[in-house]
Design a protein around this ligand. Sequence first.
Ligand code: PAF
Length: 279
Amino acid sequence: MFTYSTRVSLESALQEVRNQNGTIGFVPTMGALHEGHLSLVQKASNECDAVVVSIYVNPTQFNNQEDFLKYPNTLEKDLELLSEFPKIKVFVPSSDEVYPKDDSYEPIDLGQLDLILEGKYRPGHFQGVVHVVRNLLQIVNPHLAYFGLKDFQQLAVIRKFSILNGDETQIIPCETLRDSSGLALSSRNLRLSEKEKVDSLIIYQTLLKIKEWRLLHSPEEVKQMAIDFFNDGALKLEYLEIIDGTHFVTLKDQWTTNGVCCIAAYCGEVRLIDNMYCE
Ligand code: PAF
C-alpha cells in the first residue's frame, strides 16, 4: 500500500493507472475508519483498478469548533486497516494541499438542501463539504466516487454539485452499515460509552416503528408518533423529519415511493444522524 501527502506525488502515481486505461475509484474519508468505510473501500476495490482513499479532517465543514477538535484521529490504525486491501493509494494531505492559495472554488447555491435538516442546524456545513469534495475530486479526478447513504443529505448535495459542475465522476451511493444491534456505524460512535451505545438504539428503533406505522397513518401523523416514541428514550432530539428523498420536501398527507425519515439527535455531547427509507 502506498501513502501520498502531496497532490503532485498522487497525480504521478495515478498517471501510471491512467496510462494503462485503468479505472480509478475514490473514497473520501475523515479517518477514524470503521467497517462502514471499509465496505465502501471493498466495493470500490471490486469495481476499480486502483482506489484512492483520502484521510483529511476538513475544518470548513464543522460549524462547531469543539466538534472539530474532538473529531477522533486514529491515523495509525486507519493505515493498518487499509493495508488489508490491495490496489489502495492512501492520500493524507495537509490543508495547504487541499486548499491551495490559487483555489478557484466559488460557493454554489444549494437551494432547499441548505435550508432543511442538516442545512438548517449546521449552517455552512454543506458549503464546507462541497468545497472539500470539489477540491479532492480535482486532485484525484476519479472515474467513480463512493459515498455512504448514512449521510443521506450529503449524498444529495454532492450529486447536485456534480450535476451543476458537469463533473464526469460517477457518484456511487453505498448502503449504511449497522452493528448487530442496529446502531448505524459512525466514527462518532467511538465517543460513546457502552451505556450510551444502548441508549442510542432508540434511533434505529424509531426508524423501524415508522416503517410499521406508515401502513396505517399519514406521514404527518407518523412523525408525531415517532417523536413521542423517541422522546421516551434518553437522547435529545434535534430533528425528525419525513421527507421525499428526491425533492427534499416534507411529506404531510401522502406517502411517496421515495419517503425517507431523517433523524439527528444528541447522545450526551455526541451528535448522531441516521435515516431510513419508509418502504
Ligand atoms: O462524509 C465524510 O466523511 C466527509 O463529509 C467527506 C465526504 C469525507 C468530506 O470531508
